[in-house]
Design a protein around this ligand. Structure first.
Ligand code: AMP
Length: 225
């Protein structure tokens, strides 16, 4: 019996993966890796990875597998991931999933579950196009669901709010096409392995979180029988 939780979050952009990840790492006390955040940091720092990744990210395309696979393989091999981890935004392609499986196999481990947060395209567009972030601290807002008190200004530190380049309408369209073409096949991949758990991302954040927690509790019970 293993109590490890090696989790991955799947779903279209804007489904709430980052929000749920932040809650789940608290619940289960496991480290969280977001490839999108890792890449944005690399771009901001102007590192070699960032320079290579920027053009792909700005257009809504995926960064090539070879740039991202080693980052994650290293992450799951890290000692702090020994009791589990949560990956947000990885894998995005079948070769990335295969590389993860191989790295875990080398450690005599496997993915415990793939948590899919589902959301239809129309809602993805509505959510992403209203998203705004604080230039200083990264605090997030939404023009419809969580607007700042003063337009364009962060409530917490008064900094300017901007729209991420990849949340602009043309890029959102590309990101969705890329999701359907390259990432959606992972749903079947993990379903065939019996690892997929589906959640309705159109529900509120707390409700989605409750559903995921309930599913995880069942999963842990299954592991003990
Ligand atoms: P995200 O914040 O997860 O939507 O990621 C932002 C952008 O980073 C994506 O649109 C991709 O260009 C890139 N990216 C993030 N994760 C991956 C990945 N696993 N494989 C390739 N590109 C990625």
């Amino acid at each position: 019996m293993s109590q490890e939780l090696n989790l991955i979050l799947l779903g279209p952009p804007g489904a709430g993966k980052g929000t749920q990840a932040a809650r789940l790492v608290q619940d289960f006390n496991i480290p969280w890796a977001s490839t999108g955040d890792m890449l944005r940091t690399a771009v901001a720092e102007g590192s070699e990875l960032g320079i290579k990744a920027k053009g792909f990210m700005d257009s809504g395309a995926l960064v090539p597998d070879e740039l991202i696979v080693d980052l994650i393989v290293e992450r799951v091999r890290n000692a702090d991931s020994a009791d589990g981890f949560l990956l947000d935004g990885y894998p995005r392609t079948i070769p990335q999933a295969d590389a993860l499986a191989e790295a875990l196999q080398g450690l005599s481990r496997t993915v415990t579950a793939a948590l899919l947060i589902e959301l239809d395209d129309e809602e993805v567009i509505r959510r992403l196009s209203g998203r705004r972030v604080c230039t200083a601290s990264g605090h997030g807002y939404h023009l419809d669901f969580d607007p700042p008190k003063h337009e364009g200004i962060c409530d917490q530190d008064g900094s300017r709010l901007i729209q991420r380049d990849d949340d602009k309408p043309d890029v959102i369209k590309n990101r969705l096409e890329v999701y359907h073409a390259q990432t959606k096949p992972l749903v079947e991949y993990y379903e065939n392995l019996g690892l997929l758990r589906r959640f309705d991302g159109s529900r509120g954040q707390t409700e989605v979180h409750d559903h995921i927690r309930a599913a995880m509790a069942t999963l842990r019970l299954e592991e003990t029988v």
